[in-house]
Design a protein around this ligand. Structure first.
Ligand code: SAM
Length: 225
């Protein structure tokens, strides 16, 4: 495991390597009792979960306030936090069991982050958090038009939503209306990967989000913008 980690993740400290090993052990153990991931082989976890999660790392400044919307078993937030513990991360997921798992991960790894059990639609309408994040990160949560409605309201003006995607060409076309309505623009950055097409879609919030977004829970996916 350590060898795989050191081969795959550049500039990995001994401390970060220990944390990834502990995270892997917890993931595999808890996965026997709840559905966390279909990917369990060490080489696959290192590449397709840990390394893949780090695509946004170079873009996040020290101390940035970041929300991982639909974090599941902690991807991409936990690997980002292992590599940069100065990040102020909020982990959001609608499944309580996954939040319980993440609290255990944070405790075991000695990392600090906030865990929130909520639908992103409700979280994004909470005045205490709406418009307060420098960045959001999200992987394998929803199509781009849906994801933008869940994430852009959380950002400060000028903040960025980092959407981890595969081949994104069709989604970029269907996201045009959402970008317009949410006052956002986006660019794509190809991610180096030997396990399929990976793209980081970086969306910038250019003006405050109209108060009607996000719509009530379920609506963004039922009727994407
Ligand atoms: N981001 C993780 C990853 O890359 O492995 C998890 C991906 S999993 C396919 C999608 C996760 O998003 C699930 O844990 C689900 O509970 C969460 N999710 C989906 N829709 C959500 C919503 N509207 N609000 C909060 N969490 C949501």
């Amino acid at each position: 495991m350590r060898e795989l980690l050191n081969q795959t993740i550049p500039n990995l400290s001994k401390e970060a390597c220990d944390k990834f090993v502990a995270y892997y052990d917890l993931l595999i153990d808890w996965n026997t009792r709840m559905n966390l991931t279909a990917i369990t082989e060490p080489a696959d976890v290192v590449k397709k979960h840990f390394y893949d999660s780090l695509a946004a790392l170079p873009y996040l400044r020290d101390g940035a306030k970041v929300a991982d919307v639909g974090t599941g078993a902690g991807f991409p937030a936990i690997p980002l936090l292992i590599m940069n513990p100065t990040l102020k991360i909020t982990l959001v997921d609608s499944l309580q069991k996954r939040i319980t798992f993440l609290e255990e991960v944070l405790k075991t790894l000695g990392l600090s982050a906030e865990c929130v059990h909520a639908r992103a639609e409700d979280f994004g309408r909470d005045p205490d958090v709406r418009g307060r994040f420098d960045a959001t990160v999200s992987r394998a949560v929803a199509s781009l038009p849906v994801l933008l409605e869940l994430t852009v309201p959380l950002l400060t003006v000028g903040g960025k939503a980092y959407c981890y995607k595969g081949d994104v060409s069709e989604e970029l076309v269907t996201a045009r209306n959402a970008l317009h309505l949410l006052h956002a623009t986006c660019e794509t950055v190809p991610v180096e990967a030997d396990y399929g097409a990976r793209t980081l879609v970086i969306c910038t919030k250019n003006a405050p989000t109209p108060s009607i977004y996000p719509r009530k829970a379920g609506m963004p996916s039922k009727k994407p913008l």
